[in-house]
Design a protein around this ligand. Structure first.
Ligand code: FAD
Ligand code: FES
Length: 231
C-alpha cells in the first residue's frame, strides 16, 4: 500500500464527489484501486482519471469519503484489473455511478482521436454528473427531469450498433442483464466490453469474494469483461 494526498474535492451533487490526488497513477481506463480511509473498510473504486476517483455515498465508507478534504491522506493499493480496449468509433453506455470509469475512458479515447457517442442515464437530472464533459451525448432520466424520459436501454435500442467498433458498458446489474440480451439479439455481443462490480476484499484474485457464477474473478479476470464471456 502507498499513500496519496488529496489535492481537492469536487462536489458533483448531493451524494457524489470527485476526489483528486496530488499525484497521478500509472493506469488505464477501467482499472480500479483499493482505497483505504483510516478507520474504515478498504473498498474498490474505479479511477475516473489517472489522478482521481468519483465516489457515490451508499454506505459507511463511501459516505465518510465524501467528507475528506484537501491535505487528507488516503491509503491506496493498485491500480488493479483489466482495462478497456481502445477503439476508433465507440459507443459508451453508462448508468448511475457507472459513469465514473467512463470519464477516464472518454478522455483517453478522445486523446487518440476516436469518434464517441455517449448514452448516459440516471434516476433524475440531479443524479447526472459530468453533464458538460461529454459531447454527442444522449441523456436519459427515469423521471423525465432531464434529457430523454426512459433508460439507457431505450437509447441503445434506437442505435444502429453496426456503426461502432466497440461498445463499452458500466452500470447497475439490471441494466447490464438487459443490455446483454439486447446486444445478443442484435449480433453485437462480440464487440462489447462490460465493467462489472462485486463485493471485494483482496482485490488481487486470492480471497474468492468477487467470483462470478462462471468462475471468473471480477478483480483479477476483470473488472472489464467481453460480453461473450459473461452472457
Ligand atoms: C471494480 C469496482 C469499481 C467500483 N467503482 C466505483 C466507483 O467508481 N464509484 C463508486 O461510488 N463506487 C464504486 N464501486 C462500488 C463501491 O466499491 C461500493 O459502493 C462500496 O464498496 C460500498 O462501501 P460502503 O462501506 O460505503 O457501503 P456498504 O455499507 O458496504 O454497502 C452499501 C451498499 O452497497 C453495496 N455494495 C457494497 N460494496 C459493493 C461493491 N463492491 N459492489 C457493489 N455493491 C456494493 C452493499 O451491498 C450495500 O447495498 C466499485 C466497485 C467495484 C467492485
Ligand atoms: S476480491 Fe479477492 S478474489 Fe477478487
Amino acid at each position: 500500500m502507498f499513500t496519496l494526498e488529496v489535492k481537492d474535492v469536487i462536489r458533483q451533487n448531493r451524494d457524489t464527489a470527485t476526489i483528486r490526488f496530488s499525484a497521478s497513477m500509472r493506469s488505464y481506463p477501467g482499472q480500479f484501486v483499493m482505497l483505504y480511509l483510516f478507520g474504515y473498510e478498504e473498498i474498490p473504486l474505479s479511477l475516473s482519471s489517472p489522478d482521481s476517483i468519483t465516489v457515490k455515498g451508499v454506505g459507511e465508507t463511501t459516505n465518510a469519503l465524501l467528507k475528506v478534504k484537501a491535505g487528507d491522506v488516503l491509503g491506496v493499493r493498485g491500480p488493479f484489473g483489466n482495462p478497456f480496449s481502445p477503439s476508433k468509433k465507440a459507443l459508451i453506455v453508462a448508468g448511475g455511478i457507472g459513469i465514473a470509469p467512463m470519464a477516464f475512458l472518454y478522455d483517453s479515447l478522445k486523446r487518440f482521436g476516436a469518434e464517441i457517442k455517449v448514452i448516459y442515464g440516471a434516476r433524475c437530472g440531479e443524479d447526472l454528473i459530468f453533464r458538460d464533459k461529454f459531447k454527442n451525448t444522449a441523456f436519459f432520466t427515469e423521471d423525465g427531469s432531464f434529457g430523454n424520459s426512459g433508460t439507457v436501454v431505450d437509447g441503445v435500442k434506437e442505435e444502429d450498433l453496426d456503426q461502432y467498433e466497440r461498445i463499452y458498458v458500466c452500470g447497475p446489474g439490471g441494466m447490464i442483464s438487459e443490455l446483454l440480451e439486447v446486444f445478443k439479439r442484435e449480433g453485437a455481443l462480440s464487440k462489447t466490453e462490460f465493467s462489472l462490480e462485486r463485493m471485494m476484499r483482496c482485490g488481487i484474485g486470492v480471497c474468492g469474494s468477487c467470483v462470478l457464477d462462471n468462475g471468473l474473478r471480477v478483480c483479477a479476470d476483470g473488472p472489464v469483461f467481453k460480453g461473450d464471456d459473461i452472457i
